[in-house]
Design a protein around this ligand. Structure first.
Ligand SMILES: [Zn+2]
Length: 438
């Protein structure tokens, strides 16, 4: 159970009692009425009675509804309670959400519950210790790769320029859910990194946090966002009509081809439907579109392509091993095994059955991210006491583009045009849980 749900569950009775106490006060009459209206209780005999027991019964039902709303705000998910979305119109609900009485109660709950989510010590540790170190290690990693010197310095400058932006995640979730959401993100425009409260509670793992930060910072140089900076500080593709050329031009030679390979994470591009193509073309061009990316539409790595997440994952794994090795040099192989298990613990979901159609997700499936990327990393394998390389999948060794190309098996014809097959790892994992960029 995630931190927000746990905090809510532990406090559910207390929250309901707080609503009950408030509803019983004469000065809360207006708040009580808008709540009755909202939950469809305005004509309820109990609520219109003068009998104390019946009024208490009515208030209890209102309090259940309000607690359910508070849950939605705390956890970001509706509880499915009969008093939630089904019977209420959004506008009535808004009157409650904006009401001062409701807001005051939520504010006092927030004070109580926050201690159970983000701990100030954990945040301080991220801000003063882990974030600066990861930033340095990621820049160092780029420095160690065979990249054109000019491009390398642009990439390193970009990483070094990322600032820590705190824990305000209100753009990801409404109300209190923002304080509990287990997420972290890189903002290309602001050039910042933000970590949300759900990562800073008692589920804190250095392995998970280090890798998450490295993953997010690596988004600054992923095949999409490498283009996102002012002129002179970005790396642009010369011909956006030629996908293979764009992949070739990505400064880390051979990495995209390797990550697209079936022997690696198999990062796919979303098959383009006519609707997708049309929405991306301007309305003045009413062209008939076929089932492929049309010739007049420039290619982009930014939408419907798992390569950005895969590159960020690749860097995340690399930097994770470096960070833990440097900061916890005494760990045993067993401790490394446990630490590695913590990396995806929070988002561990069983793979979906191959006959279940899930919508396209730009994150490869969690199992693939573990089996095909994390667990093929040779430095990690060594630390974990694995004596051989992975029996099924290959490590994309970006330090040695030639050997990497050999492992991938030479260039295929437009490897990235391949559509995701039912067996591919292109299945659904929650984007809100595993970090994102905005
Ligand atoms: Zn990501």
């Amino acid at each position: 159970m995630d931190t927000a749900n746990q905090a809510f569950k532990e406090n559910e009775d207390k929250i309901r009692t707080q609503f009950l106490t408030t509803l019983a006060k004469p000065e809360s009459d207006y708040f009580r009425k808008i709540s009755m209206q909202n939950f469809g209780l305005i004509d309820s005999p109990d609520c219109n009675s003068t009998d104390k027991d019946r009024i208490d019964k009515c208030n209890y039902n209102i309090a259940i509804g309000l607690t359910s709303m508070a849950k939605a705000e705390i956890t970001g998910v509706f509880s499915g309670n009969k008093f939630s979305a089904s019977t209420q119109s959004l506008s009535d609900r808004q009157y409650i959400l904006q009401n001062k009485t409701y807001k005051d109660i939520l504010a006092s709950l927030k004070k109580d519950l926050l201690g159970k989510a983000a701990s100030p010590e954990n945040e301080k540790k991220v801000k003063d210790l882990i974030f600066p170190k990861i930033k340095k290690l990621l820049a160092q990693k780029v420095n160690d790769l065979p990249i054109d010197e000019k491009k390398k310095s642009i990439m390193m400058d970009k990483i070094k320029g990322i600032q820590y932006a705190g824990t305000n995640c209100e753009e990801l979730a409404e109300g209190m859910a923002a304080d509990f959401i287990p997420n972290a993100f890189y903002s290309p425009a602001a050039q910042t990194f933000t970590i949300c409260g759900g990562y800073l509670g008692n589920n804190f793992s250095d392995f998970k946090i280090a890798r998450t930060i490295a993953h997010e910072l690596a988004h600054s140089i992923d095949p999409c966002r490498i283009e996102s900076a002012p002129e002179g500080m970005k790396i642009s593709y010369t011909n956006k009509k030629d996908l293979a050329k764009m992949e070739d031009e990505y400064p880390i030679k051979g990495l995209i081809a390797c990550l697209r390979s079936e022997k690696s994470i198999m990062a796919t591009r979303q098959p383009q439907s006519p609707k997708n193509s049309e929405s991306a073309t301007s309305s003045s061009e009413k062209k008939t579109t076929d089932n492929k990316e049309t010739a007049d539409k420039p290619y982009s790595f930014c939408d419907g392509d798992q390569i950005t997440e895969s590159v960020a994952d690749w860097f995340g794994d690399e930097v994770l091993v470096e960070y833990i090795s440097q900061n916890y040099p005494e760990l045993t192989t067993e401790q490394w095994q446990n630490g590695a298990s913590n990396v995806f613990r929070q988002v561990c979901t069983p793979p979906s059955a191959s006959d279940v159609q899930t919508p396209y997700d730009h994150h490869p499936e969690v199992q693939a991210r573990i089996d095909r990327l994390l667990l093929v990393n040779p430095s990690l394998r060594k630390k974990m006491g694995c004596t051989k390389s992975h029996s099924k999948f290959i490590y994309c060794d970006a330090k040695n583009p030639d050997s990497m190309a050999k492992l991938v098996g030479g260039k295929k014809e437009c490897p990235s045009c391949k559509e995701s097959s039912p067996q591919s790892p292109a299945k659904n994992t929650s984007t809100t849980i595993q970090g994102g960029v905005r």
